[in-house]
Design a protein around this ligand. Structure first.
Ligand code: ATP
Ligand code: MG
Length: 419
């Protein structure tokens, strides 16, 4: 990709209203643009990364035998009346009317629509279990939209709903999804904890949250320093230094960003919405449900919170917007383009082909955050270029063939880990 065509509207000044590093980078680096409070454009750089995150989620969730669907964002009031949530959901629900004054809402989540879909299809235990997921924009009129994509009013969510004949079957699928979530967050190179949580608005029985550890997190994680005991502070009152209730170790506190949530819903929706099936014993029973969410757009910021240095991103390998950033300086553009053509056969390259000073190019490159950089500079005539590895802070003068060897090592490593 040529940078001159890629539409990266960087800002020279750091936006004053952005309080956290990930928000500053996304605005300054031309990744997102605010349209209204809590509503954003995703520009090419951000959207490319978002699609990579989505695909990691798809790959891992497909392994649970769930299948992808796309349900409407625009949902009729009737379904929400059936589930009692037209009243219960409160002001966060974005409500509107069509030309005939029929009421609708913009989906903040999809339990109603998916339960309606499945109740029409499933009549017998033979058709269970089913897992349906989607990746879609959700709408919530948050009381306090803030921190950019962290708490938006329109945001991208992955949501999965599973349907079962009994609790045991739900348990099996729940564990499978839990494992898939772990693989997703590991591939995104995130440091996280899984904690017991309050099920809030959705209702239901057991639930766990996936928390990315980070000082600016809105949630407080209460955990034991020597066991896997961990809860959201919302549901317990344990102070730092208290003995852990499981008898192992003492309590510590940490801040976290909730990026994922998994629930055992039970029959909260199926009973109210009459989503029943006939079991093997010929009895009519409500379908047992699970539901699972991941904040895709929130993840973009969570990754940045853990993968930036001095207000500069260094994207993890699986979500890097490009493999290599080629930066020709002075009158070396033609040489740069030659390298670009050559490496583009095996790598996704970005070349800064703009007629800009070196200072401007480097400043912008720092905001793109591609780990490997090739600077085509003073020694270009001798066939020597500066190869930079931002993650390890290495700068070396190398020939192109030597650079290719370095890159191949990295690519092989990627293949080894994830194939
Ligand atoms: P929170 O407590 O942060 O409001 P929630 O419990 O309302 O989250 P869920 O209903 O479980 O969230 O939604 C699933 C996931 O969607 C969350 O784990 C989070 O990552 C993401 N998410 C929720 N609300 C927002 C929002 N306003 N903006 C961006 N992402 C969000
Ligand atoms: Mg919420």
């Amino acid at each position: 990709m040529k940078q001159s065509r890629f539409f990266i509207p960087t800002l020279r000044e750091t936006p004053k209203d952005a309080q956290i590093v990930s928000h500053r980078i996304l605005l300054k680096g031309g990744y997102i643009k605010q349209v209204a409070a809590g509503i954003y454009d995703y520009l090419p750089l951000a959207y490319k990364i978002i699609k990579k995150i989505e695909n990691i989620v798809r790959e891992e969730i497909n392994k649970t035998e769930s299948v992808e669907v796309l349900m409407p964002a625009l949902q009729p009031k009737d379904l929400w009346v059936e589930s009692l949530r037209w009243e219960q959901y409160g002001k966060e629900l974005m409500r509107l009317e069509d030309r005939n004054e029929r009421p609708f809402c913009l989906g903040p989540t999809h339990e109603e629509v998916v339960t309606d879909l499945v109740r029409d299809y499933v009549n017998s235990y033979k058709k269970l279990p089913i897992g349906l997921y989607q990746i879609q924009n959700k709408f919530r009129d948050e009381f306090r939209p803030r921190f950019g994509l962290m708490r938006g009013r329109e945001f991208l969510m992955f949501d999965l709903y599973t349907f079962h004949k009994d609790e045991d079957d739900l348990d099996v699928w729940y564990k499978r999804v839990r494992e898939a979530y772990k693989r997703i967050l590991n591939r995104l190179e995130l440091d996280y904890r899984i904690i017991g949580a309050d099920s809030g608005n959705i209702g239901g029985k057991a639930s766990e949250e996936f928390m990315v550890l980070c000082d600016i997190g809105e949630d407080t994680i209460v955990y034991s320093d020597s066991s896997s005991f961990a809860l959201n502070q919302e549901i317990c009152d344990l102070k730092e230094g208290d003995p852990s209730p499981d008898g192992k170790g003492i309590i510590k506190h940490a801040k976290g960003i909730e990026v994922g949530h998994i629930f055992k819903l039970g029959t909260r929706y199926s009973e109210l919405m009459k989503a029943n099936f006939i079991d093997q014993d010929q009895k009519t029973k409500p379908i047992i449900m699970g539901c699972y969410g991941i904040g895709i757009s929130r993840l973009l910021m969570a990754i940045l919170e853990q993968h930036s240095n001095d207000e500069k991103p260094v994207w993890p390998k699986e979500v890097t917007p490009f493999d290599i950033h080629i930066i020709p300086l002075g009158d070396n553009l033609d040489q740069g383009l030659e390298i670009y053509e050559k490496l583009s056969k095996n790598y996704d390259c970005l070349i800064d082909d703009r007629d800009e000073r070196a200072g401007v190019k480097f400043q912008d490159a720092d905001l793109v955050g591609v780990r490997y950089r090739i600077v085509v500079g003073r020694k270009a005539d001798e066939g020597i270029y500066e190869f930079q590895d931002l993650k390890q802070g290495i700068k070396k003068e190398l020939k192109l063939s030597e650079i290719e060897k370095e890159l191949k090592k990295w690519k092989d490593l990627l293949i080894q880990i994830f194939m």
